[in-house]
Design a protein around this ligand. Structure first.
Ligand code: MG
Length: 378
């Protein structure tokens, strides 16, 4: 890979993708932001992309004025995101936007046979069946950027899918690991945002605290590796050193390990099958804490079994779950609802709307919109 584009370059994964691009001297063809034009302007001046897209129209107009002295073309709206993903000669696209806003641009990039370095959760959680079918049809590669899925992908290299007994998906357990349901009633957004091992955006950090993030990762793994949900086991591993494992028919287990640093999975998704020196620190087994594993507590963290249920249904149930969760987490971060209410609200939305149709991207977006309205009313 020589040329890449980044959908959502101002967020946590987007910025780390640019660090990787800087290290590997990749050409960055296009970048995009929701509306953080200060950061996007700085990125455009350093990486000189052909396109800088801003979803927000007003902010796009402002950036256009600011970048008038450069060669970078500033575009806006959903069209701008689609151009970022599919409209340049980038060979790979890092999809690092948050939300279903990433769905159409990703589908456009798949149709252009670009490699998708997938960091947008909603792509597979909400529309996994549709997206994987399109990727198979166009022959586009989807390489996971999430640390767990990158690990599973690496554990599968050189092995056949038919010999997989189960996938062992590891989870840090988040800041509330070991707490019982009653102890979680009064935790605040601030408590939830103190993640012990990974530094991430606030929405995904709350999702780690509820274990919804792990549930969504289970759905993604099911689609990416074509393994049914009952053969994916979540294991709590607080040190976040074993990024996931694959157990084979003969009970041999292959694990991928490393210091927690997203720049490695980002880089591997871009350089695969090559392995190049990276920004990741070397692992020191002797001085690192013992590696421990425990069962997840599905009574205190009910979002996990809820996601497993949705995984066994179809894209619509997962889309409703994901959208309802995003709204509920937003309400929690604002202090409007308590931590345990996140699960209750999401479960009710799935119960009410999980049976919607899921044949097309439009169906998925409709299920997403309905779920959001439901949560706001509830
Ligand atoms: Mg992860």
């Amino acid at each position: 890979m020589k040329k890449i584009s980044i959908l959502g370059s101002t967020g946590s994964i987007g910025r780390q993708s640019l660090e990787v691009a800087r290290l590997l001297r990749l050409e960055v063809e296009a970048i995009s932001a929701y509306r953080d034009i200060d950061r996007l302007e700085a990125q455009a001046r350093e990486f000189k992309p052909k396109i800088a897209a801003v979803y927000d129209e007003k902010a796009a107009a402002e950036l256009k004025t600011r970048l008038a002295d450069t060669e970078t073309r500033v575009i806006s709206g959903m069209e701008g995101l689609i151009e970022t993903a599919a409209g340049t000669d980038a060979e790979a696209v890092v999809t690092a936007v948050v939300g279903t806003v990433g769905l159409k641009p990703t589908m456009a990039a798949i149709a252009e046979k670009k490699r998708i370095a997938l960091a947008n959760k909603e792509t597979l959680v909400c529309a996994g069946r549709i997206v994987m079918e399109a990727a198979d049809r166009f022959g586009a590669e989807i390489l996971p950027v999430d640390s767990e899925h990158s690990a599973i992908f690496q554990c599968l290299m050189g092995n056949r899918v038919k010999y997989i007994k189960r996938i062992l998906l590891t989870a840090s357990g988040g800041p509330f690991r070991g707490k019982k349901a009653y102890e979680l009633e009064n935790v605040t957004a601030e408590d939830a945002l103190a993640h012990p091992t990974w530094s991430m955006g606030s929405k995904i950090t709350v999702d780690s605290a509820t274990l919804m993030n792990k549930g969504q990762e289970l759905i993604e793994a099911m689609h990416l590796f074509k393994v049914p949900p009952e053969r994916i086991k979540v294991l709590i591993h607080p040190q976040s050193i074993v990024h996931s494992m694959v157990e084979y028919t003969d009970n041999s287990i292959i694990a991928q390990l490393g210091v927690p640093d997203m720049r490695l999975p980002i880089q591997f998704a871009l350089t695969y099958p090559e392995r190049l020196p990276s920004l990741e620190r070397e692992m020191d087994f002797v001085s690192s804490a013992p590696l421990t594993f425990e069962e997840p507590d599905t009574e205190a963290f009910k979002c996990l079994p809820l996601a497993v249920d949705c995984a066994a249904r179809d894209d619509a149930a997962c889309a409703v779950m994901s959208a309802a969760n995003e709204e509920a987490v937003g309400l929690f971060l604002k202090g409007s609802i308590g931590f345990m209410r996140i699960y209750e609200v999401v479960a009710r939305a799935v119960d009410r709307l999980g049976g919607m149709s899921a044949e097309t991207v439009e169906d998925i977006l409709a299920a997403d919109a309905e779920a959001r309205i439901f949560v706001r009313k509830a």
